[in-house]
Ligand binder design. Structure first.
Ligand code: NAP
Length: 262
């Protein structure tokens, strides 16, 4: 059975992907840690859209998680035709004072799990000459961000990696989309222990981010920035010399995140 596997489907953008794709008739495999939310979402989507929805409870920061997920999909004879690597979290603060293990866990989730799952499912997609991968990056990928140093760097990795494999796999009939949301109304800021979102006008809803992604796939784009303001920000981030943009961001955020010696 062909399925769409979505990581981080228990809330936010991942949940919105699950809802939209279920209504488009996709059979789903949903992955996250919060079993109750996954269970309820699967039940609701199966009833409402007459699709199959299966969930796998996994902590993707754990080394074996991608192997376990791959084995479970094989055991059920699920053919993962769409893979949406969406699970992720961030942190904000003065890097030297942030919790080292949490920063490393972020790298395990945002980078390591995404690379592992992409690698596992790309092989079978190439054999079938068919497949779609959406890797959720961020508008934060376009420039280094002082006081969100690790998070921005993980997303820069996701964008660079995903844009490369999009080209490597184009001739195999596989679409790879790098999706770059800007500030979006989800559980992200709470889960990332960021006291309040950086105030941005026009924070988007998850449904808008998903709509951007699905339109981008239809028009065969490989990178999609969701929201006009975020697109402008991304273009600036890419073209303004980083020495200038990092100084400006650091100046804006230093008072909030760094205690300077009197
Ligand atoms: N919201 C924004 O402003 C924004 C902007 C740009 C990019 N993004 C990116 O969008 C993606 C989705 O985030 P969101 O905004 O939708 O935030 P969210 O509501 O916090 O969703 C994050 C999802 O990831 C899952 N997750 C977190 N840690 C996990 C782990 N160790 N193992 C497995 N699953 C885990 C969470 O489920 P459990 O807690 O149940 O595990 C949840 O389903 C992330 O990659 C984020 O970096 C968000």
């Amino acid at each position: 059975m062909k399925v769409t596997l979505i990581t981080g489907a228990s809330s936010g953008i991942g949940e919105a992907f699950a809802r939209q794709l279920a209504s488009d008739g996709h059979d789903l495999v949903l992955v996250a840690r919060r079993q109750k939310l996954l269970h309820e979402l699967c039940d609701e989507l199966m009833l409402k859209h007459k699709i199959m929805a299966h969930y796998i409870v996994a902590d993707l920061t754990q080394g074996r998680a991608a192997d376990d997920i791959f084995l479970e999909t094989q055991r059920h004879d699920f053919e993962v035709d769409w893979l949406i690597n969406n699970a992720g979290f961030g942190s904000a603060g003065d890097f030297a004072t942030l919790d080292e293990q949490r920063e490393l866990s972020m790298i395990d989730l945002n980078i390591r799990a995404l690379v592992a799952l992409t690698h596992k499912y790309l092989g079978p997609m190439r054999e079938r000459k068919h497949g779609t991968i959406i890797n959720v990056s961020s508008a934060a990928a376009f420039q280094p961000i002082p006081f969100m140093a690790t998070y921005a760097a993980t997303k820069a990795f996701v964008s660079s990696f995903s844009e490369s494999i999009a080209e490597e796999n184009r001739s195999f009939g596989i679409r790879v989309l790098t999706l770059c949301p800007g500030s979006t109304e989800t559980n992200f800021f709470a889960a990332s222990e960021i006291d309040r979102p950086v105030k941005l006008k026009g924070q988007q809803r998850s449904e808008q981010v998903v709509e951007t992604a699905l339109k981008a796939l239809q028009s065969r784009k490989t990178v999609a920035v969701s929201g006009f303001t975020n697109l402008v920000g991304a273009l600036l981030g890419r073209h303004v010399p980083h020495m200038i943009s990092t100084r400006a961001v650091a100046k804006a955020l230093r008072a909030r995140y760094q205690k300077t010696e009197e």
